[in-house]
Design a protein around this ligand. Structure first.
Ligand code: SF4
Length: 413
């Protein structure tokens, strides 16, 4: 087992170790991949490694592999559709390390006995993937046939039933899921849909084993994850170990002083606002984040500077989310536009009642065919909690961010 990739808490380079996206650079960085016949124990190795999905849900990958492997004529899909406007970690990974993702896709296909493989990603990142596939075929490194499909440009494009719909030639919108895709996914066949970062980690477990994987992170949450940082001077994709402090990640990666931060939106547009006062309690850990009602999602970290208003940011995101649903289910058709309108009123000085907003969030929560309404409700509720002090000011027609920004009280309209 190779151990030359030494981990560091923030700025670790497990996934982005290659100097360029070419196959020679990939092999120089990671060494040869194990031959397919040696991948028989991969499911057990992934289970021992404790790898969880990096697409947002955090489901144990070994369990998913085992479920798909039980069926016959399995299909594997590498999902690189981020959808989330603040996320770019999958695009960066596919552009800088396409061979790592393709190694993971091939290894997963071998582990579950799949002959049909798909890679689903936004159109702008398909070119590096095509180049990588050509290189693999031309050199005989990997002759597996992988079908490439351009992902839809929408927030819900990466939702797994939307992915299946797209691959089946239908509109890329979520569907009711009565049976797990592991048993009946694309064309009713057992389908493994894995985020591309998850597959890259899987490729490294296949090379170096579960012990190496566990040498980063914590015993309960091993490994690293890619984070997309945005807001103020904090931008870009960074890799960090589970267990790192969120404040450390922001300060080390973004060179921003914590006093200049108003709050952090963790987990993306379906995520949770963490106010500055609580940031020291936030670590990259699902367990540690639970008391803050927060989750890591797909690793989106938006830093809100003191000069920006959290209620306005939330109102703008809620309006975007309301517009992104397919409007098939009641909560999306009726509830989200209403929620967005009330948030807008509150944030932009047209009145608004936080209790009514909380009531509307409760009405849409858990009532859709997919988790879109739930995620939107979570975002709105967390804004009401995190920016409680600002609510009072907004109801009086003022805004703290504007006051701090220009140094005097100014009306919202
Ligand atoms: S809950 Fe909303 S986004 Fe999800 S399937 Fe229904 S209409 Fe579409």
């Amino acid at each position: 087992m190779t151990t030359h990739l030494s981990p560091a808490p923030v700025g670790t380079r497990r996934l982005l170790a290659a100097t360029d996206p070419s196959l020679p650079a990939h092999l120089a960085g990671y060494g040869p991949r194990p031959p397919e016949p040696e991948l028989g124990g991969l499911i057990a190795a992934v289970e021992a490694a404790g790898l969880r999905g990096r697409g947002g849900a955090g489901f144990p990958v070994g369990r998913k592999l085992a479920a798909v492997a039980e069926g016959s004529r399995a299909i594997v899909v590498a999902n690189g559709a981020e959808g989330e406007p603040d996320s770019s970690k999958d695009a960066v990974l596919l552009t800088r390390a396409p061979h790592l993702v393709l190694d993971g896709l091939s290894a997963a296909a071998a582990a579950v006995g799949a002959r049909e493989c798909h890679l689903y990603a936004p159109a702008p990142v398909l070119e590096p993937i095509r180049r990588a596939l050509d290189e693999r075929r031309a050199t005989g490194y990997d002759t597996r046939n992988i079908e490439i499909t351009a992902a839809a440009d929408s927030f819900l494009a990466g939702e797994k039933t939307a992915v299946i719909n797209r691959l089946a030639g239908h509109a890329p919108i979520p569907a009711d899921q009565l049976i797990s895709t592991s048993r009946a996914g694309l064309r009713r066949r057992p389908t493994l849909i894995q985020n591309v970062e998850t597959l890259a980690h899987l490729a490294l477990i296949a090379r170096y084993g579960p012990g190496w994987f566990r040498s980063a992170g914590t015993p309960d949450e091993p490994g690293t994850m890619l984070l997309t940082l945005s807001g103020t001077t904090v931008t870009g994709v960074v890799e960090a170990e589970f267990g790192c402090g969120l404040q450390d990640v922001i300060e080390q990666s973004g060179r921003i002083d914590r006093r200049d931060v108003r709050a952090v939106l963790l987990g993306g547009y379906h995520g949770t606002w963490i106010p500055r006062a609580a940031l020291h309690r936030a670590t990259l850990s699902a367990q540690a984040l639970r008391p803050l009602h927060a989750h890591l999602g797909a690793g989106v970290v938006r830093v809100l500077p003191r000069s920006e208003c959290g209620l306005r940011a939330t109102a703008d995101i809620t309006a975007y989310l309301a517009a992104q649903s397919a409007g098939r289910c009641g909560p999306c058709r009726n509830g989200l536009p209403e929620l967005a309108a009330r948030m807008h009123d509150l944030a932009y000085g047209a009145g608004g009642d936080p209790r009514e907003i909380t009531r509307l969030a409760g009405l849409v929560d858990g009532r859709g065919a997919c988790h879109h309404p739930d995620g939107t409700a979570r975002l709105v509720r967390s804004a009401i909690d995190a920016f409680g002090g600002d609510l009072t000011l907004h109801l009086r027609g003022a805004c703290q961010a504007e006051q701090e920004h220009i140094g005097r009280r100014r009306p919202l309209r």
